[in-house]
Design a protein around this ligand. Structure first.
Ligand SMILES: C[S@@+](CC[C@H](N)C(=O)[O-])C[C@H]1O[C@@H](n2cnc3c(N)ncnc32)[C@H](O)[C@@H]1O
Length: 471
């Protein structure tokens, strides 16, 4: 649901659905859902569906041949995408006491196979003869059509479209506003003019009728907007495409003819040929192996909190990082997929390592606490988890505005708090304020407290001094 792989246009079949909790949940959400389970719903029918789920089933099957047969059977029911989830090696706990075949048995004799992330992907690819896509830790998607697969992969790297502002008014523009709007939306989304077959026929006819050609129509748009805004959009879209092509290597880069028609037009418009686009993308991809290049990109970046050994960025600003850093992060994502709840990403410039950090109250808490962290080591392709939820003194964030783009809706709120805290000299002692206890001490020593994103005197101080500070 989070990845829009399942929407209410699709039906859903849960293969090995257990007691059917997920089927019930989706049904109540308006999705046509059914499920079968050999133990809990043996009489239900195995049905073909657009989205088939094989969730935490293959890891309970002891016989490797049976395991593979189940995977193939689920694939045979899949019309659009198969979702395969299995438990990962670091989920094994002390309950799993005895090694058994390629897995483990609990004291009660229940079997669990714990996969490595790479192992699970390769096993699926080998058994089905299709290149799967990493969705998250222990979760893979297998798409039936390469167009759907491509669409999903690209959606991960798409940035938000910002339309250029109007800078002057114009009679012709106002008169034809509704005809021009779809053209504006197209150019903002793709960074180039459309080919006639990319707009619907009626719309092209209207544009030609009013302006003579699509190109002429765009001239009118240019007259009321800033040309430099459109140049920026074109530049952003071409960088987005480079990043996509660079990272497509991990999923088996498609041939030019296998790209969607619109992407073929993008490639021609921005790079003149696919060969040139691939060469530039590969240079970018291989440069991620150089810590010096990553450090330079960190210094050049207009967004992100640059620290001596890393840069931190909020997920909303990821696409605003320099292309090299985006590809660097994409290498980790190609391996681990999306980490649910991770909203801050740390890109190390000291070792090839990306960390996905979960700050559940990022927006509302002035100094959010770190809940969980997943470190992806790109050298040995491994991931490790750290859980801070029970920690009495978890790391916290300061200067949140540095993590987001200036266009973030709360940028000014975050920045105003930082200015206040700087005025009080609270951010100077870097060694202590990085964790919850240290920061709380600093605040109470100074008789200060936080009310939302505002620093105020604590109650006892107010009674003593009689008023709030003028900050
Ligand atoms: C850990 S449960 C997962 C249930 C559900 N998919 C979920 O995610 O909540 C594993 C399920 O796999 C089912 N299962 C075991 N062997 C199976 C097989 N050969 N084919 C299909 N399902 C199987 C079990 O009956 C059990 O309900």
């Amino acid at each position: 649901l989070l990845h829009h792989v399942l929407t209410d246009d699709h039906d859903f079949f849960d293969y090995g659905c257990g007691r059917g909790d997920d089927v019930g949940l989706l049904g109540r959400a308006g999705i046509k859902a059914s499920g079968w389970d050999p133990q809990h719903r043996p009489k239900a029918r195995k049905a073909k569906a657009s989205v088939v789920n094989l969730g935490y089933v293959v890891n309970v099957i002891e016989d490797p041949l049976e395991r593979e047969r189940v995977l193939r059977d689920a694939w045979s029911l899949t019309k659009r995408v198969l979702v395969v989830a299995a438990r990962l090696a670091d989920e094994r706990d002390e309950a799993h006491v005895a090694a058994c075949r390629d897995g483990w048995l609990t004291r009660r004799g229940t079997f669990q196979k714990f996969f490595e992330q790479d192992e699970l992907g390769s096993w699926i690819n080998g058994a089905l003869g299709v290149e799967s896509v990493t969705a998250g830790p222990g979760v893979f998607y297998v798409f039936r059509s390469s167009a759907d697969r491509y669409e999903y992969l690209n959606s991960r790297f798409r940035r938000r479209v910002s339309l250029p502002a109007r800078r002057r008014s114009d009679k012709v523009f106002e008169q034809h506003r509704t005809v021009l709007q779809p053209l504006i939306d197209f150019v903002a989304a793709r960074g180039r003019l459309p080919h006639e077959q990319e707009l619907d026929d009626d719309h092209v006819a209207e544009l030609i009728n009013a302006f003579g050609s699509v190109r002429q129509a765009f001239r009118t748009i240019l007259w009321v907007t800033d040309e430099s805004d459109w140049d920026r959009i074109r530049q952003e879209r071409s960088v987005d495409l480079l990043v996509q092509i660079a990272l497509s290597r991990f999923e088996g880069r498609p041939k030019f003819g296998a790209l969607p028609q619109a992407t073929q037009h993008d490639v021609r418009a921005f790079f003149s040929s696919y060969k040139r686009a691939c060469e530039q993308s590969d240079r970018l991809l291989f440069a991620t192996g150089s810590l010096e290049a990553l450090t330079l990109a960190k210094r050049a970046s207009l967004v992100g909190k640059a620290m001596p050994t890393a840069v931190y960025i909020h997920e909303s600003a990821l696409a605003d990082l320099p292309a090299l850093l985006r590809v660097y992060e994409g290498c980790a994502r190609a391996f681990i997929g999306t980490i649910e709840g991770a909203n801050v990403i740390k890109l190390s410039t000291e070792k090839p390592q990306i960390s996905y950090l979960c700050y559940p109250a990022f927006s509302e808490d002035p100094h959010p606490t770190l809940n969980q962290a997943v470190n992806v080591d790109l050298r040995d392709r491994s991931a490790s988890w750290r859980d801070y939820r029970a920690s009495p003194n978890p790391p916290i964030l300061h200067r949140k505005e540095q993590l987001v783009s200036p266009s973030h809706p709360r940028y000014e709120t975050f920045a105003r708090l930082t200015r206040q805290e700087e005025r009080y000299g609270l951010l100077e002692d870097g060694a202590h304020i990085g964790t919850l206890a240290g920061w709380t001490n600093v605040l109470s020593e100074r008789g200060l407290t936080l009310k939302g994103h505002r620093l105020i005197r604590s109650r006892s101080q107010v009674t003593r001094s009689g008023d709030f500070p003028s900050l």
